[in-house]
Design a protein around this ligand. Structure first.
Ligand code: ZN
Length: 117
């Protein structure tokens, strides 16, 4: 039996017994129980998001230049270490090859950091 159904059943008994005080108290407790259920659902969602972030954090490989890669990601993608540090978002960097005017380098469109690779 679910919480809501249980409360409804007890409320029906109290209503039939004509016990207004207990009936009102039960309604108040029922409301609190439903609030707690909503809070639990919210916390479960937050927990799921934190686990996801932790799993991502464990896959991050740092390099001497300010970019990150993810373990086991193929092809290897360069992410901006500055944006990850400031915002917690993985922003894919543009890789310019050696024939570009800047030589082989990486550029972040989000924070505009640019460095030679
Ligand atoms: Zn960036």
């Amino acid at each position: 039996m679910g919480l809501y159904e249980g409360i409804k059943d007890v409320a029906k008994v109290l209503q039939q017994a004509d016990n207004v005080d207990l009936y009102l108290k039960l309604l108040e407790l029922g409301e609190q129980a439903l609030d707690l259920q909503a809070e639990i659902a919210k916390l479960k969602e937050e927990n799921r998001e934190l686990k996801k972030a932790r799993n991502l954090d464990e896959r991050i490989v740092r390099h001497s230049k300010p970019y990150l890669t993810l373990e086991d990601e193929l092809p290897e993608i360069h992410y901006c270490a500055t944006c990850w540090g400031k915002e917690g978002h993985l922003i894919q960097m543009t890789i310019l090859d050696e024939n570009s005017p800047y030589g082989k380098s990486a550029y972040c469109h989000n924070c505009s950091i640019h460095f030679k690779l």
